[in-house]
Design a protein around this ligand. Structure first.
Ligand SMILES: Cc1ncc(COP(=O)(O)O)c(C=O)c1O
Length: 374
């Protein structure tokens, strides 16, 4: 296959555009600090991870052995003993959340799905797809779910098997629902532990909390039943991907042996991206726990600097504990459009990431925001 001159020219133009905008991102949580070039040569192979990495797939060109290591790494990171754990590399946080809700619904077919009004937009779609009744609970000023209203709603619905979708770092405010308080509320309602499902949507903060000194409760030891993270956010990837983890014993309700791939099917997608598995594997070889801690410390310090800078000009900010997201009042449309800032209701935010070397990376955007809001 040879590309025409015109095709090559179009690609060259697009390459220039990408180079120019490589570090555009100050309002979305995608790290642009990565180098996967040693993996480029694998793009000549048609690889596919359909099925379960624990089995020998009949599709020989797969990266199952790498996926095993990746899942073991994340099981450790999220305090789930490997022998009790199962998970896979997804196409992103949304697929991980869908998988978790699919498992939860198969365990508790009549349970409602409870989440806060700060939850990512994909949850509504997931509830619709799975035909689960979604109940949105108001949040408090910092974006955490209102625990009293959650308890009241579960009680009012006389829900004996609720499914709780907790934000472990909400999209706009970086709010972390306190899963200890959620579990206390459920216990006070007399709902035994085995009668509810607690999912942690940790798209961004799943790669922050394991590396801070005083993490908010978020992992399997703390009581969750599943967790989903995005790979292209804090870790940084050229393509969207993610991890979902749950307890192996929950798979029984959805698992099926497929004869023509000679493997077990319990993933949302049939054919699965084997290249992103390699990237995950490569990323975890690159960074030790110490270097992760350093990266996270850098982002948290930078977030603090951004916050102080805005506060100096009497611009109110909201930054939750252990969060790299600095929220502030939504600026005028010309500012948020110019800088590709995410906005919702009255808020906008900046997110400090590993590719932002220091506060100077934000100087242009901060000047525009300060000029606009003061
Ligand atoms: C809290 C939260 N959950 C889920 C998602 C969806 O993740 P993805 O974009 O990887 O599908 C996001 C994305 O921004 C998010 O912020």
């Amino acid at each position: 296959m040879r590309a025409s001159k015109k095709t090559l020219q179009i690609l060259d133009n697009f390459w220039e555009y990408c180079k120019e905008n490589q570090y555009f991102n100050k309002g979305y949580p995608e790290s642009a600090s990565f180098d996967y070039s040693p993996l480029f040569r694998f793009f000549q192979f048609s690889m596919n991870n359909c099925g379960d990495w624990r089995t020998d797939s009949n599709y020989a060109l797969n990266t199952f052995s790498f996926e095993r290591e990746v899942i073991h790494y994340f099981s450790n990171l999220f305090s789930l003993p490997i022998e009790e754990s199962w998970g896979y590399v997804t196409n992103g946080g949304t697929e991980g959340n869908l998988f978790a809700c699919y498992i939860a619904r198969s365990l508790f077919p009549t349970g409602n799905l409870y989440c806060s009004d700060q939850t990512h937009y994909s949850v509504l779609k997931i509830a619709n797809l799975l035909r689960i009744n979604l109940i949105e609970i108001p949040s408090s000023a910092n974006g955490e779910i209102r625990y009293d209203l959650l308890a009241r709603s579960i009680k009012e619905h006389n829900d004996k098997t609720p499914i709780i979708f907790a934000n472990i770092g909400s999209t706009m405010l970086g709010a972390i629902d306190n899963i200890n308080l959620i579990q206390n509320a459920l216990s006070n309602l007399g709902i035994p532990r085995q009668n509810y499902f607690l999912h942690a949507d940790a798209a961004l903060s799943g790669m922050i909390l394991p590396f801070v000194d005083n993490p908010n409760p978020f992992n399997f030891n703390d009581g969750i039943d599943s967790i989903a993270i995005s790979g292209h956010k804090m870790i940084g990837m050229p393509i969207p991907c993610g991890i979902v983890l749950t307890r192996q014993r929950f798979l029984n309700t959805i698992s099926k042996h497929i004869d023509y791939i000679d493997s077990l099917d319990h993933t949302i997608s049939g054919s699965r991206n084997a290249h992103s598995v390699l990237m995950f594997w490569y990323a975890i070889q690159q960074y030790s726990v110490e270097s992760w801690k350093k990266r996270i410390r850098h982002c948290l310090n930078l977030a603090k600097c951004i916050e102080s800078k805005l506060n100096c000009f009497n611009i109110k900010t909201l930054r939750n504990r252990n969060s790299i997201t600095v929220a502030f009042p939504k600026p005028s449309e010309n500012v948020w459009k110019k800088h590709c800032l995410a906005t919702t209701n009255n808020w906008s935010h900046l997110i400090a990431l590993p590719h932002h070397q220091d506060i100077n990376c934000f100087s242009g955007i901060l000047s525009d925001i300060i000029l606009d809001l003061t």
